[in-house]
Design a protein around this ligand. Structure first.
Ligand SMILES: [Zn+2]
Length: 268
């Protein structure tokens, strides 16, 4: 008769303790997996803000690579297809970054699939990207347009200063390939005045405008630059930076710019 209440009291007392122990073990396991960076991609994507948490515990500098086109979206077509050029360059850049223990490269979308711009930005954010490079090719139906230009997040945006700095490093590195540098110094800002039409200004124009820029630089959530690597409609450009070897050359230039950016932001 006296044992029943005794057993009941013990049951009520133990349950919260057992639940507490399980919670502590589960929490410790989850934290340790985050710290060591081996949490599966599947679980990571389910955790809100997981990218930022991972970054807090990781020394890796995450570089998001956005191949500007792919899948059903071939981009511009000229002497070469823009999507082929952006995929080749993205792949070569990924390999260079992957071989460097300081960096963790991530693609914003599978190279053989298209993706809308906000999904690309979300992918970069989920991965905790510290820097984003979006790779495109330019086009001019007349065939005479040629050269490189790039577009950082414009003045007034959160990541403007770092984006501009990265753009200047990219331009200095790509210039060594011999490609023509367009405009004043190859760095420009783009503003859409409506859904289709945009105005381009040189980077010397630091006025803050409310017009949207390229979606990828407006919504990346980190310093970001969109490069127009060369004109896919110009045979000299395509021969220099559009083919297999040319894309490797461009990727090497981008990699060197990323190394310089990293060194400036993470002094020894
Ligand atoms: Zn493009």
């Amino acid at each position: 008769m006296q044992r029943r209440p005794y057993r009941k009291r013990r049951g009520r007392g133990c349950l919260p303790v057992i639940i507490g122990i399980i919670a502590v073990i589960a929490g410790t396991f989850l934290l340790s997996r985050l710290v060591t960076g081996v949490l599966s991609e599947d679980i990571l994507q389910r955790l809100p803000g997981a990218g930022a948490i991972t970054r807090l515990f990781s020394d890796d500098f995450v570089v998001a690579i956005d191949a500007g086109h792919g899948g059903n979206d071939p981009g511009a077509e000229g002497v070469i297809r823009e999507a082929d050029m952006t995929a080749r360059t993205a792949e070569a850049l990924y390999a260079l970054l992957d071989a460097d223990e300081r960096f963790t490269p991530v693609y914003c979308h599978p190279l053989d699939e298209g993706a809308n711009v906000l999904d690309r930005c979300k992918a970069a954010s989920r991965a905790g990207a510290d820097l984003l490079l979006s790779i495109h090719g330019n086009s001019d139906p007349g065939g005479s347009g040629h050269g490189f230009e790039c577009y950082p997040a414009p003045p007034g945006r959160t990541y403007h200063a770092d984006s501009l700095y990265f753009a200047q490093l990219l331009t200095a590195q790509i210039a060594s390939t011999g490609i023509n540098i367009r405009g004043d110094n190859g760095v420009r800002y783009a503003y859409y005045i409506d859904d289709v039409n945009k105005v381009i200004v040189e980077s010397t124009d630091e006025s803050v405008r409310s017009d949207g820029s390229f979606g990828i630089v407006d919504h990346a959530g980190c310093p970001s630059v969109l490069v127009e690597q060369c004109f896919v409609t110009n045979s000299e450009d395509a021969a220099l930076l559009g083919g297999e070897e040319g894309c490797k050359l461009a990727a090497e230039a981008y990699y060197q710019a990323i190394c310089e950016y990293y060194a400036a932001k993470n002094p020894e």
